[in-house]
Write a protein that binds this ligand. Sequence first.
Ligand code: FAD
Length: 467
Amino acid sequence: MPLPLKQIRAIVGAENLLTTPEELYCYSYDASKMRFIPEGVAFPANASEISELVKLANRERFAVFPRGSGSGMVGACLPRGGGLVIVTNRLNRIIEIDADNMTAVIEPGVITGDFQKAAAEYGLFYPPDPASLPFSSMGGNVAMCAGGPRAVKYGVTRDYLLGLELVLPTGEIVRTGTRTMKGVVGYDITRLMAGSEGTLGIFTRIVLKLIPLPESVRTLTAVFPKLEDAANAVCEILRSRIIPSTMELMDQATIGAVENHLRMGLPTDAEAIILIEVDGPDGVLDGQVERIEQICRKTGASRTDAAKSQADRDRLWKARRGISPALGRIRPGKINEDVTVPRTQIPAFVRAVRALAEKYNLIIVCFGHAGDGNIHTNIMLDRKDADELGRAGEAVEELFRLVLDLGGTLSGEHGIGIAKSPFIEMEVGSEGLRAMWKIKQALDPLNIMNPGKMFVSDRSFLGGSFA
Ligand SMILES: Cc1cc2nc3c(=O)[nH]c(=O)nc-3n(C[C@H](O)[C@H](O)[C@H](O)COP(=O)(O)OP(=O)(O)OC[C@H]3O[C@@H](n4cnc5c(N)ncnc54)[C@H](O)[C@@H]3O)c2cc1C
C-alpha cells in the first residue's frame, strides 16, 4: 500500500515532507553504508505532530522509522521494507539548563557537541563523548546508548538519562522518569528506552543529569613492547585508585598503519601504545601523571611521554585521531566491530584475533577503549572480492563466539540494528530474545515502529559497518 501522502502532508506541512527519488535517496543510508530507500521522509515540528503521524501509521498500517543525524553504524534507522522516515532534527531546542539542580531538558535533535558546549557555559559537564559528537543527535545517542573514551570513568548515555517524553508506537505521548536524582515510582521505562534503537518509542524531550566540569586535564602516552604488559598497566593504574578519564589502546597493526600514513616516528616494533588522560582538580593531576608513568614503567613500558602544553597534547592525540584515515590505505573497506571484553581479557582477545586473522588470511586491526575493554576490531577488506568477503563473514561469527567465551558482549557502543541482528541470540539466548519480543509486541502490537531490526535474522548483512 502506498503511503497516505496527502494525510502526512496535512500533519507536517508540504514543505516538511520529502518524496522525490533524489530526496529519498539522501535518507536511504547511514554510516553503515547499507541502503534502503524510504517512501517518504517527514520532518515534524513537535511531539503532537509525531503522535499524529504514528497514529496514522497504525490506522493505515505503514511503518515509521525514527531518525536523528543518520550517523549510526549498524543501519538502525534505515527504512528496511519501506515506509516513512521520521526525522527529529527540527526538535532541536535546549529547553533548560538548571545549574543549581545540575539537570537539563533538551529536545532530541540537539547535536551532542552543542549540548556539551552549552552545559560547559554553566560550568557543567555532560561526559558521554562518542567520536560522532560533532554531528550525532542526542535522540540518536539515547536510542543507541552511545558511549566513548570517557566511559571508563564517567559511564555512557544511560548513566545521565533521568527522564523522557516520548511518543509510543501506538501514538500516545508519555513522560517517564524524574528530574530528581532519586525516583522509584513504577517500572523504569526510561532505562528500557536507552538502547531501544528506535523500536519502542520516538523521544521528543530528554531530561539529563549533569556534573561539575573538571578543572583540568592531563594527557600522556606509554609505549609497550609487549601487549600483555600494556593490559596489565591498565589494570594496575585502576588498582592504584586512579581512574583515568580515557585509556585508549593501539595494537601493533594499528601503530603500523598510522605510521605508514602519518610518518610521525611511531615505534612500529612495539606491540601496544596506550593514550591516557586524567582530569580533575588541577592540584592533584601532576601527581597522578607521575604515578601513572611509574606504574607503566614498572609494568614494562619502554617509554612514557606526558604533555606539557596543548600543542604536546594535540601531538599525542594525533596518532589516535589518525587511525581511521590510516586504515583506509590498507584496504578499501572494513567491517568495524565494537566488541567488548572484560579488560583483563584484552591480551587473550587480541592474541586470538591475530590467530583469527591468520586462519582466514585477513588483515584485522584492533584499537579502542582499553579502560572499559571496548576494542574496535576492524576486518579490512575489499567488498568486491567475493572470496575475501566470504572469509570475513566466517571470521565475524567466530569473533563473536570468542568474545562471548571471554565473558564479553557483541557491542559496547554501536548497537544491533540490521548489521548484528542475526547474532543477537548468540548473546541473549532464545528465551531472552523472546522476552524482548514480548515487550516489543506489548508496546507495538502492529510492529509499525522501526521493523526489520533486532528480531530479524537475515545474514546478508555481515556483523558491523561496511565503511
Ligand atoms: C565517525 C563516527 C564515529 C562514531 N563514534 C561513535 C562512538 O564513539 N560511540 C558511539 O556510541 N557511537 C559512535 N558512532 C555511532 C553513532 O554516531 C551513534 O550511534 C549515535 O548515537 C547515532 O546518533 P544519530 O543521531 O546519528 O542517530 P541515527 O543514526 O539517526 O539513529 C540511530 C538510532 O536512533 C534512533 N533514533 C534517532 N532519533 C530518535 C528519536 N528522537 N527517538 C527515538 N529513536 C531515535 C533511530 O531509529 C536509530 O535506531 C559513530 C559514528 C560515526 C559515523
